[in-house]
Write a protein that binds this ligand. Structure first.
Ligand code: B12
Ligand code: SF4
Ligand code: SF4
Length: 385
């Protein structure tokens, strides 16, 4: 029986809005049509080092959302806006890096589930029969964009992001699985990308594929957050100043240019001081300083060594000679070989006699094979240019 009580759906929508969600839609737990897209993506290895995406149990759940919660009858899909990248404050000092706008505040993995729990509490008070539920936000094997499209929240753009026709795409998704039978909303069937190709043309690593998926191993977001090892040499220049995530394919999207607004951004998502980090200071962050600075934000996902690796690459790309002493200090004193290796690369990019001397000096004491290799490559780079 469909508890097709418009009042219950209206109640959920009103509560969700009161709790800070900007969009709410309803869908059923039937297997997603686009699961085949996902499967092909995995088969082609386009998930790169994100092995958790191909675990058999996780793949099975993506194919069939009803495996996630026995007896699930409906899924409430919510979206919460984050600030526009254009709302970044002026950097306190140059050269400055760039942190993706979704991470300028408290981690959405904390915020969305806690607000969805409040929604469950409100629902329990509203209805007098038992029901079961499960909360998700990028926390498990769910094809969230597919569910959001089915729940009528928007279309999947060529950049693979879910786009709302009057809000753009600067929002995060969450889901509430319910054993309550609520009528699904109509899916969003229109495709408003038309002949536009702006995201594809603007992507610095050309990783957007024609079927609205990514070659994730080349995406700056992957390289700076999920990738735990070295950043491939040929892709480092494409990172420009990005030190955590990337917003480019959304920034160029006409739907964001026209409709994204900072007016209603949830204030608890904002901690703007981390948006444009001062790179010369950042390269010296100790473990304790890193923990304190990024406490409860998404940035610790990259870990200190991943973040400092990215900072070193950004310093090399921005090629500001005043950064050289900081990179040299890092090459001499940093305990993480991954960071030293990328500092050597950055020193090579900046170049000059001081850089040659520092690299040659480091060779006399360096013991890590990867760092030694990067130092040789950096020296070759300087002598060739
Ligand atoms: C792995 C992952 C990544 C990877 C790979 C991204 C990718 N595009 O595949 C990396 C690390 C690169 C990444 C980057 C980012 N991510 Co991410 N990521 C995920 C995660 C965990 C899984 C995505 C996944 O399964 N990818 C595999 C591909 C094949 O699936 P998909 O992208 O969902 O694509 C589906 C559709 O495109 C569909 N499809 C294709 N054509 C059509 C047509 C129709 C009609 C339909 C229905 C479907 C369809 O097929 C796919 C399967 O359903 C999701 C959370 C989740 N559990 O879903 C967040 C998620 C997608 N990421 C999110 C965000 C915010 C980002 C970044 C913006 C962060 C940043 N600023 O750096 C970037 C955006 C990069 C981009 N252009 O996608 C949000 C997206 C919100 C939105 N508005 O779309 C999500 C939903 C997290 C959340 N809970 O909000 N991410
Ligand atoms: S997030 Fe950046 S690197 Fe990734 S697809 Fe978009 S523009 Fe390309
Ligand atoms: S930039 Fe153009 S093609 Fe890309 S998602 Fe936006 S509208 Fe679609």
């Amino acid at each position: 029986m469909v508890e097709n009580t418009p009042s219950l759906k209206d109640f959920i929508k009103a509560e969700a809005s009161r709790l800070g969600f900007d969009l709410v839609g309803f869908t059923d737990p039937s297997p997603p049509d686009s699961f085949a897209v996902y499967q092909k993506w995995l088969e082609e290895g386009l998930h790169s080092g994100m092995a958790y995406l191909s675990r058999p149990d996780a793949v099975a759940r993506r194919a069939d959302p009803s495996l996630i919660l026995p007896g699930v009858k409906s899924i409430v899909v919510v979206a919460m806006r984050y600030p526009r990248p254009e709302d970044a404050p002026h950097p306190v000092s140059e050269p400055a890096g760039k942190v993706a706008a979704y991470s300028w505040g408290e981690d959405y993995h904390h915020i969305i589930p806690s607000q969805l729990s409040r929604l469950v509490t409100a629902l329990k008070q509203k209805i007098d029969f038992p029901f079961d539920w499960k909360i998700y936000t990028d926390s498990g094997p769910v094809l969230e964009r597919d569910l959001a499209q089915r729940a009528g929240l928007g279309w999947i753009g060529k950049n693979s992001c879910l786009i709302h026709p009057r809000m753009g795409s600067y929002f995060l998704l969450g889901e509430l699985f319910l054993t309550l039978d609520l009528e699904p909303d109509p899916p969003f069937t229109a495709d408003h990308c038309g002949s536009c190709q702006r995201c594809i043309e603007a992507c610095p690593t050309q990783c957007i594929l024609p079927n609205r998926t990514l070659d994730a191993g080349r995406c700056i977001s992957y390289l700076t957050i999920e990738n735990k090892g070295a950043i491939p040499n040929d892709l480092r220049p494409a990172l420009d100043g990005w030190v955590f995530g990337c917003d480019i394919c959304q920034q160029v999207c006409p739907w964001n240019i026209r409709f994204a607004s900072s007016a209603h951004t949830s204030s608890f998502l904002e901690k703007k001081e981390i948006a444009r980090p001062p790179l010369k200071q950042e390269i010296h962050l100790s473990s304790a300083e890193f923990r304190q600075k990024f406490n409860r934000s998404p940035v610790p996902r990259a870990k200190r060594r991943g973040y400092l690796r990215n900072v070193a690459v950004a310093l090399g790309n921005l090629a500001d000679k005043t950064a050289l002493p900081h990179l040299i200090f890092c090459l001499q004193n940093e305990s993480e070989p991954l960071v030293r290796a990328h500092a050597a690369w950055a020193i090579g990019k900046i170049g000059g006699q001081q850089a040659i001397n520092a690299l040659a000096n480091a060779l006399s004491s360096e013991t890590d094979p990867q760092v030694i290799k990067e130092i040789h490559l950096a020296l070759n780079h300087i002598t060739k240019n």
